[in-house]
Design a protein around this ligand. Structure first.
Ligand SMILES: N[C@@H](CCC(=O)N[C@@H](CS)C(=O)NCC(=O)O)C(=O)O
Length: 201
C-alpha cells in the first residue's frame, strides 16, 4: 500500500491519477506545501511525496510516476526501448517548456517567494514562450494520446498543466491540445483523483 502526501489540487494530482490508472492501492494524506505534516516526511516542504511500505519516502511527481509506472509495467513503455526514449522526450519537453513557464509565473506572483523577489514583468515573456511551446506540441499530437494509441505519463503531465494554465490565465491556442485534455479528464482515473481534491477543498 502506497501513501500519497499532498493536496490533490497541486502536482500531487499527477501521482494520484497515475496510481488510479495503474490500479495500485494507496492512502491519501492531504496537506499543504510546508505544512507540518508534509515537512515531517519531506523536509523541503514540497509536494507530492510518496511513502513506500518500508517507510521510504520518494519525492518529485515525475520521479514518483516513473517509479510506479516501471514497477507496475503500466502507463509507460519499457525502459531501454526507443518508444520509451520518445515518451521521455515528451515528458522532459513538457517539464522544461510548459510546467517550467507555469511554475515560474506562479512564483513571480504567489506565496512561494518573498514579495520583494516577485518580478511580474516577466509574465508576458513566459506567456509568449508558453504559447510557442503549445504550438510546437500541437504539431506533435497524432493520436488520442501523446504517444499515439498508448496512454503514458506525459498525458498526465500535459493534462494537469492545461488545468493549471487555465487557473492562472495562460491562454491555450490549440484545439488539439484542448481536445486532448478534455478527453483525458473523462478518464475514470482522472475523475477519481480529481474528486480527492474537491473533497479536501
Ligand atoms: N518538480 C517537483 C515540484 C514540486 C513542487 O514544487 N510542488 C509545489 C506544489 S505543486 C510545492 O510544493 N511548492 C512549494 C515550494 O516550492 O516551496 C514535482 O514535480 O514534484
Amino acid at each position: 500500500m502506497y501513501t500519497v502526501y499532498g493536496n490533490a489540487y497541486t502536482r500531487t494530482l499527477r501521482v494520484l491519477w497515475c496510481l488510479e490508472e495503474i490500479g495500485a492501492p494507496y492512502t491519501h494524506v492531504p496537506g499543504d506545501a510546508h505544512s507540518p505534516e508534509i515537512k515531517a516526511v519531506n523536509p523541503s516542504g514540497k509536494v507530492p511525496a510518496l511513502g513506500l511500505e518500508d517507510g521510504t519516502i520518494l519525492t518529485d511527481s515525475t520521479a514518483i510516476m516513473t517509479f510506479l509506472a516501471d514497477k507496475h509495467a503500466a502507463v509507460t513503455f519499457p525502459a531501454g526501448t526507443v518508444d520509451r526514449a520518445r515518451q521521455d522526450g515528451f515528458t522532459n519537453m513538457l517539464l522544461d517548456e510548459i510546467d517550467g513557464c507555469l511554475w515560474t509565473a506562479n512564483r513571480m506572483t504567489g506565496r512561494f517567494l518573498p514579495e520583494e523577489m516577485h518580478v511580474p514583468d516577466v509574465i508576458p515573456s513566459l506567456k509568449y514562450e508558453f504559447s510557442r511551446s503549445i504550438a510546437r506540441l500541437d504539431a506533435m499530437i497524432h493520436g488520442p494520446f501523446l504517444m499515439g494509441d498508448t496512454f503514458t505519463i506525459p498525458d498526465i503531465i500535459l493534462t494537469h498543466c492545461v488545468g493549471w494554465a487555465r487557473a492562472i490565465k495562460f491562454d491555450i491556442e490549440s484545439d488539439k491540445v484542448l481536445a486532448h485534455a478534455k478527453a483525458m479528464r473523462d478518464r475514470p482515473g482522472y475523475k477519481a483523483a480529481f474528486a480527492l481534491g474537491q473533497k479536501a477543498a
